[in-house]
Write a protein that binds this ligand. Structure first.
Ligand SMILES: *[C@@H]1O[C@H](CO)[C@@H](O)[C@H](O)[C@H]1NC(C)=O
Length: 460
């Protein structure tokens, strides 16, 4: 009797105590049932399309995403309306009111401390996420903060850098010198702290080569993930085009039967010399004679940025009779529509490093619009002359190519066809195949029966 009671009590305790503990003890609040990723850009979220696409791809594959960045302009609706995405605002250091007349180095230091503190506070509240995906550049102070975060505060978090360019080349352009001590420090800093990342995504194959050669990063940790058009960039139907021409103020006075639309988008930064476009347009304008008239061109320049005022005053000094130029800042939903209406796009992007590629060209291809692009080393990974566009160096080249394209229908048709081919090769599939494994996401092909393999797979 006594023994069986003891046994019963022991057995009961053996099963009950863990069960009670399980019910009574508080759950660890940091363990989430779903995978979490932090996506960080020290820039305006609305103007960081590639980071927005990363976020959407992560959410589509089941992640909860904390999206950290500035919130100057509205991101895509699919981001703001998605309950699985939380946006965390960084307040830009530019809004700090500092006394005038401080030396550059002091202002820079104060701004760095201000940003570091904010990043630290935001990240601290997001501990234990599985992944931290960070855009570079800017690398100061993000790379350092991310290193501290993933090494000391949240060790389970895997730190992944998405290389859009190199921070020190952007700084060198800003300071107009390669040899400036700040440029050298920033180069050292970037070389040093990028090594702590678990993996590296980058926008071109040449950039991957530079990361291996100059940054001494293990090649197997680097995954080139070229920009591809997102789903909202689609060719415009003839009806939608006609509708746009009839209703949009950008196109008021435009005659679709005879006139041509040239589009360029810009962020009015020093790495794009818009004067080249203006010079080419002037040349185009004066090349049209009564005997041999050229089609009228409406040039639409979309975007926002620091050098916009300067550009507008330069435009106002030109007088054209055959060419018109209009500027616009378009919401994310309207931008693809206006691009889709163009006969041809122009890209003036001149990479600071030579190793990144202009996103706007990718967007234009998404809309099936061919592109005349300014030449630099990586460009051939994207634009193939006479197949999906043309490549130029000088305003003379550009003027000549505009004349060629608008007087040789065969040429325009050929490159338009080439741009349509590009348009079939999309971000979502590319992301799953190349970036997916970094985030342990199986390819769709591994999950389901092999679907008809798309022609894009073997290209990258
Ligand atoms: C542009 O200039 C570079 C360097 O001079 C040259 O290698 C390249 O072929 C030129 N590209 C075009 C399209 O003329």
């Amino acid at each position: 009797m006594a023994i069986s009671t003891t046994v019963a009590i022991c057995l009961g305790a053996y099963f009950l105590i863990p069960a009670m503990l399980y019910w009574l003890l508080p759950r660890d609040p940091t363990i989430h049932p779903r995978k979490r990723a932090i996506v960080l850009v020290l820039g305006d979220i609305g103007r960081s399309p590639r980071m927005q696409y990363h976020v959407l791809s992560l959410v589509e594959t089941g992640f909860l995403v904390d999206f950290v960045g500035y919130t100057d302009t509205a991101p895509l609706q699919s981001i703001t309306e998605n309950p699985d995405i939380r946006i965390h605002e960084i307040k830009p250091a530019e809004k700090l009111s500092l006394p005038r007349g401080l030396p550059f180095i002091v202002v820079a230091a104060i701004k760095l401390v201000y940003l570091t503190k904010q990043l630290y506070q935001i990240l601290r509240s997001l501990k234990n996420a599985e992944y931290l995906l960070v855009q570079n550049p800017p690398s100061l102070p993000t790379m350092f903060v991310c290193y501290i975060f993933t090494t000391f505060m949240s060790r389970r978090t895997r730190y992944i850098i998405d290389w859009h360019n190199f921070g020190y080349t952007v700084l060198a352009l800003k300071l107009a010198s390669e040899k400036n001590i700040l440029v050298r420090i920033s180069k050292w800093y970037e070389h040093w702290f990028c090594r702590y990342a678990f993996a590296h995504l980058c926008v071109t194959k040449v950039m991957a080569e530079v990361l291996v050669r100059d940054f001494k990063i293990n090649a197997f940790r680097i995954i080139p993930l070229p920009d591809r058009p997102a789903i909202q960039f689609q060719p415009l139907s003839a009806e939608a085009k006609a509708d746009l021409f009839a209703t949009s103020t950008i196109f008021s006075g435009f005659n679709p039967a005879t006139d041509k639309v040239v589009i360029t988008s810009t962020s009015y930064t020093p790495d794009e010399d818009l004067t080249v476009l203006l010079d080419a347009l002037s040349q185009y304008d004066s090349s049209s004679t009564p005997e041999k008239p050229l089609p009228k061109i409406l040039t639409v320049v979309t975007g926002q940025g620091p050098l916009q005022e300067q550009f507008l005053s330069e435009v106002s000094r030109r007088s054209w009779s055959n060419v018109q130029l209009r500027t616009a800042w378009l919401p994310a939903e309207e931008y693809p529509v206006v691009i889709g209406a163009a006969d041809i796009g122009v890209s003036l992007h001149l990479s600071t490093s030579g190793w990144d590629l202009p996103m706007k060209v990718v967007d234009m291809f998404g809309c099936g619009v061919p592109v005349i692009a300014r030449d630099f080393p990586a460009l051939s990974e994207l634009v193939v002359p006479n197949r999906n566009g043309l490549i130029f160096n000088t305003s003379d080249d550009l003027a000549k190519q505009l004349i060629d394209v608008f007087t040789t229908p065969q040429l325009l048709r050929t490159i338009q066809k080439g741009a349509r081919v590009e348009c079939g090769n999309r971000w979502t599939e590319m992301w799953r195949i190349t970036a997916g494994p970094v985030f342990h996401i199986p390819n769709r092909e591994d999950l389901t029966e092999v679907e008809s393999s798309s022609s894009s797979d073997d290209e990258y």
